[in-house]
Design a protein around this ligand. Structure first.
Ligand SMILES: *[C@@H]1O[C@H](CO)[C@@H](O)[C@H](O)[C@H]1NC(C)=O
Ligand SMILES: *[C@@H]1O[C@H](CO)[C@@H](O)[C@H](O)[C@H]1NC(C)=O
Ligand SMILES: *[C@@H]1O[C@H](CO)[C@@H](O)[C@H](O)[C@H]1NC(C)=O
Ligand SMILES: *[C@@H]1O[C@H](CO)[C@@H](O)[C@H](O)[C@H]1NC(C)=O
Ligand SMILES: *[C@@H]1O[C@H](CO)[C@@H](O)[C@H](O)[C@H]1NC(C)=O
Length: 374
């Protein structure tokens, strides 16, 4: 009994001696032990810090960094006072902007960008929306061209990227460009701006704000709409959406962007289709709605009624030339409709002459594979 107690005491003493080396008479020895302990503590602290950092940044699902709501996750990458100036200048009273992205190929004279801007001018009550449109240009030439035509242009510079030429559907440039766009839009939400994002190959013929759902966080146009705006089985098209800035949409964009790692070589729209019924959405209570193609149509599924159409998208179409040809036909049709006397607007039922060039372009370009192009 006594012996074991003494033994225990001795052990404790030895342990205590290790922890309090300064009590030891041997100064040099205690110094070495002290350094060793300091190293151990520093190593431990280092590992803990690294673990916390990895927890916060490496996991796409679940764990949100504690600091998430206090610091922007993208701010280092995108922070630019010029951007905030442009946004502020173009913003509606409720901090909403209309955004599009543009590269040189689409900005050339008599190309997509001209058609896009023209649609706002000949659309019904859409011209006034131009003062809220911010054009995010991806290269120097598109920026220069934008400045000639429009008051709100921003040049999103990216080291090492060159998005100036036509990025062919599903090439690695195309994918990179699309994902960078999602990341950038997430940053816009973090800045507190709500936005309507529109591809430039969409013509605006009526004010869409009158047809958006009032209580949705995220509403998105569809290639094919099945009649139920809540149904995640709809086929959304990332080229047109209205997103309100709040904590839910900020988390959603981060989740969407991070999900690209789980689905490599797929674009944002396909990944959205994969994740849209993920339990994450009900966890964060994101209110997601799908927009009716009766108002927000395209070449996949047209908005048939000229008295209803807000936007028409050159989707289900591959190739810049094809898009330009068919969008021009749309504007011709619209001009004819607008020129009709009021009673004929209601009673004649015009139909679109497009798609013509776009029809079949998907099959040719994708070699038989199906896909929904912007
Ligand atoms: C703000 O927007 C107006 C047009 O709405 C434009 O004329 C002006 O140059 C813009 N100012 C800045 C600082 O961008
Ligand atoms: C344009 O909008 C106004 C106001 O909503 C409406 O009175 C008019 O009929 C519309 N014109 C067309 C061509 O839709
Ligand atoms: C980007 O690519 C275009 C066409 O491929 C080329 O003309 C241009 O010089 C490139 N720009 C830069 C900055 O590399
Ligand atoms: C997010 O939530 C926090 C705390 O609930 C709140 O203070 C903040 O204003 C919210 N941010 C946005 C953009 O809604
Ligand atoms: C999502 O949909 C897929 C196929 O439609 C199904 O297999 C999966 O279980 C669904 N996930 C959830 C969380 O509902």
């Amino acid at each position: 009994m006594k012996n074991s107690a003494t033994g225990a005491a001795a052990d404790t003493a030895a342990a205590t001696d290790n922890l309090k080396p300064c009590n030891s008479a041997d100064i040099t020895g205690s110094h070495v032990v002290g350094r060793r302990i300091l190293k151990t503590i520093l190593l431990f602290v280092g590992i803990s810090v690294m673990w916390i950092v990895l927890q916060n940044y490496a996991s796409p699902f679940g764990f949100m960094p504690v600091s998430y709501y206090f610091s922007s996750s993208y701010s280092k990458e995108f922070y630019d006072p010029k951007l905030e100036n442009v946004l502020r200048n173009a913003s509606m009273k409720d901090k909403t902007v209309i955004l599009t992205t543009l590269n040189d190929a689409w900005a050339e004279p008599d190309s997509i960008f001209d058609i896009f801007l023209e649609s706002f001018r000949i659309g019904n009550q859409t011209e006034r929306l131009l003062k809220h449109l911010v054009v995010i240009t991806l290269d120097q030439k598109a920026y220069a061209r934008c400045l000639v035509l429009h008051p709100h242009c921003y040049y999103l510079k990216t080291k090492g990227d060159n998005f100036s030429s036509e990025a062919f559907f599903m090439s690695s440039d195309y994918l990179h460009m699309m994902w960078r766009r999602i990341q950038f839009l997430g940053y816009i939400l973090e800045l507190g701006y709500s936005f309507v994002f529109t591809d430039t190959d969409i013509v605006w013929l009526r004010d869409p704000f009158q047809h958006f759902y009032k209580n949705a966080d995220f509403q998105i146009a569809c290639d094919y709409f099945n009649g139920n705006s809540y149904d995640v089985k709809n086929m959304p098209n990332g080229g047109f959406n209205y997103v309100k800035s709040n904590n839910r949409t900020i988390r959603f964009y981060k989740f969407w962007f991070d999900s690209r790692k789980s689905y490599p070589k797929q674009h944002d729209q396909d990944v959205l289709n994969k994740i849209k019924n993920h339990s994450f959405f009900s966890e964060i209570k994101l209110r997601m709605r799908f927009l009716d193609t009766a108002y927000f149509g395209g070449f996949c599924q047209a908005s048939r009624d000229f008295n209803k159409v807000c936007t028409m998208h050159a989707n289900c179409c591959v190739g810049l030339e094809n898009k330009v040809d068919d969008l021009k036909l749309l504007l011709l049709d619209w001009r004819k409709y607008v020129a009709l006397p009021p009673n004929e607007k209601q009673n004649s039922h015009p139909s679109w002459s497009a798609p013509k060039s776009c029809r079949g372009s998907i099959g040719r370009a994708m070699n038989g594979k199906t896909g929904h192009n912007r």
